[in-house]
Ligand binder design. Sequence first.
Ligand SMILES: O=C(O)C1=C[C@@H](OP(=O)(O)O)[C@@H](O)[C@H](O)C1
Ligand SMILES: C=C(OP(=O)(O)O)C(=O)O
Length: 448
Amino acid sequence: MSHADSPVPVKARSGNTLTGRMCPPGDKSISHRALILGLLAIGETKVRGLLEGDDVLRTAAACRALGAQVTREADGAWRIAGAGIGGLHQPEQVLDFGNAGTGSRLMMGVAGSHPVTVTFDGDASLRKRPMGRILDPLTRMGVTVVDQAEGGRVPLTLKGPRETIPIRYETPVPSAQIKSAVLLAGLNAPGTVTVVENQASRDHTERMLRLFGAQVSVEPHGEAGRLITLAGQPELRGVELTVPADPSSAAFPIVAALITPGSDIVVESVMTNPLRTGLITTLMEMGADITLTNERENGGEVVADLRVRHSALRSVEVPPERAPAMIDEYPVLAVAAAFAEGETQMRGLHELRVKESDRLQAVSDGLAAAGVAHRIEGDDLIVCGDGSAPPGGGTAQTHLDHRIAMSFLVLGLAAPGGMAVDDGAMIATSFPDFVPAMRRLGAEILEG
Ligand SMILES: O=C(O)C1=C[C@@H](OP(=O)(O)O)[C@@H](O)[C@H](O)C1
Ligand SMILES: C=C(OP(=O)(O)O)C(=O)O
């Protein structure tokens, strides 16, 4: 499914219980990084379990355009023959990242630190997203912004310097994309690059850089922050790795089972990196019956199987400092909160305004369409429930946002009136198998 085609309306109906086991697709953050470090490594990288969603396929195409050989084997493993740090080719075409913030922003760090001239573009959603947060540190590293759309947006063109300048950079907002763009640019800088974050964000770049042979040190900084130091111009060597299942995709079947009476499912091999499990923590505080079993290591990350049973949920206050560990999960948490008793208060959600859509507004509009009492107070979202299912029955506008689409379909699985979304096409960016996977658990979801 591609958004060049006409919108795909999708509807979810309630009345079925969810049972059985499912394994969500590979983690999107890790999939992007595996391809990118494969491009920058010498030799061959083999990746199993890569997310074959549109966002990641765009990164694969960009890696090819920059000089890597990227192929998919018959058994589903991906092979990347790297171009190596310093070895990137001048691409012949514009790098079109579609809907992908992560792919485009991380690749700006990679390409921007090489003596090539690269134009980045994307779909109508990506064209609205702020890129100044990446251009600011990259400019300090010697990168020239040759051209940009108004307000620091794509389409934009970067020209890399002959020699990248190593910097120390404090991220203005907790963002793994900003941190990673600086670290990836630092790979081609003669010297040490330091990123300071006042609140720790997901650390997959740091972990994977080490796996490929870079020297990265991570120290605590202040109360909840980190100071990350990378020694520039390492020789990265290709590796074999397996991508663990994406906790951000697991969130949808998890919440669906919690709110659908009689449900009892197991979501397998979910990555439980503590910088990604804010939703699980929050749901457990709300009284969710979730048990973690079979904890094990997979591709440098810890994974576990999660048994999830329908639960009576109660409201909680989600503190702003938890946001980085669950930033993509607020839309589906808002859905869980609609079934909980009391006022669930989600604080400090300003970053939701600059995702694939203005997620704070899109969630609020979708909740209104589903008949859920709620309000926005500044950067906070407050959802008011009485412990019973909201009526549902409306249509949520998805604004090219996969997480909005999946969240409101999940709501429809347990609301008496069901729920429709205007367009499910974007689900393919992160969870291409979402509809069939949910149907296998017993959900009734109808396309078209
Ligand atoms: O680095 C990453 O892989 C991501 C970082 C987060 O964005 P920010 O860096 O903007 O917080 C998150 O929302 C996105 O889905 C993936
Ligand atoms: C914000 C997201 O992704 P990205 O920034 O990569 O577009 C997401 O997947 O929810």
